[in-house]
Design a protein around this ligand. Sequence first.
Ligand code: ARG
Length: 467
Amino acid sequence: MSQATNQSWGGRFSEPTDAFVARFTASVTFDQRLARQDIQGSIAHATMLARVGVLTDDERDTIINGLTEIQGEIERGEFNWSIPLEDVHMNIEARLTDKIGITGKKLHTGRSRNDQVATDIRLFMRDEIDVIEAELVRLREGMIELADREADTIMPGFTHLQTAQPVTFGHHLLAWQEMLTRDHERLLDCRKRVNVMPLGAAALAGTTYPIDRHVTAELLGFDRPAENSLDAVSDRDFAIEFTSFASILLMHLSRMSEELVLWTSAQFDFIDLPDRFCTGSSIMPQKKNPDVPELVRGKTGRVYGHLMALLTLMKSQPLAYNKDNQEDKEPLFDAVDTVRDCLKAFADMVPAIEPKKDSMYEAARRGFSTATDLADYLVRKGVAFRDAHEIVGQSVAYGLKTKKDLSEMTLEELQQFSATIGQDVFEVLTLEGSVAARNHIGGTAPDQVRAAASRASEALAALKGDA
Ligand code: ARG
């Protein structure tokens, strides 16, 4: 330690750091969250140094025992985090030297905080990605199961949020499921680039010690050491990729949330959410508010914000490490927490959605949702599609005037618009007939939905944990 500054790097300094600057530049208030990964990385580093003869086996063991004790102190909340010691790395190293003396000072041989912090964040992200993946899998499993159960449940399908054609609720849920499949693939793809080891890059150029980076990589479960030392300490692409994944996922969850909010309203009345996912109003006794989906919808914004923060953080940064990069942690930590909590909320809530089948069915009957089926029927009888479109348009106008759905009109009423219409038209005008007729891969027919749900289950089983 320097006499003038009391800092581990203070040898060349002649006065202490300004007290405000010390606080301004310190990261320990938030990066202490990396303590477990910092110790994990240090144990692997010390093990490798002993393997190549830079440390003796005794020194290695002393260091590892000291670090293990420190881990215990941190877990028990007994560790005294110090702002003058700047960050998690120097706090732990200083404590190690307190405990084991001079040997503690040998741990930092052949590394720098630059490769150390990059390694810690990657270890942290890998752990968090695995937790997030588990929640995503749980959500997908619950959603597929619900889709299979609701394969026959009929609801209106919308375009422009206007009634378009009847679909099955299971089909709608499997549309959500497709969004989540892509998110799942993106997460696992991101994990591949997270799982590369910066350690050994040292400050920026590598180190003069005879380190073996393959040993450290293997000890830490990394796929490989990073190829280039300059890139290794400066690359934060993986953080941007994770927040991109997170932004797209939250965009999807916000769309689902919006639909859930609409569907619980008295005007739609398509579903009920169990009370445990809702709250009341302090003034309006009748209210039951869908807080969970509303909040997920709202949290989307902060995750987009973190993506923008990280992109902007990295913009124009010259090689290699810059102190700017200390700013990567808070957005990343918050993105991780937000994604994990939103997925947990959804994984708990989705299987508990209670569809109000009669109400969905009634809504599908209103709004002339089988008008396209009538046009297709006329085409099958030889009418040109454009003419069929016109005939059905006139029938709808009549229905609006008389307040009747197409299926509620008599054959005579329908024949006013085309003599081609026969008794068999009523088969296509029913909602059941309409959905069952869309019987091809990707279509809304109940049998197709059941087949799609079973394919989705198989694909999920094959994908999960596939990192
Ligand atoms: N606290 C720093 C960070 O989070 C650790 C690396 C600091 N390196 C340095 N040369 N100042 O990025």
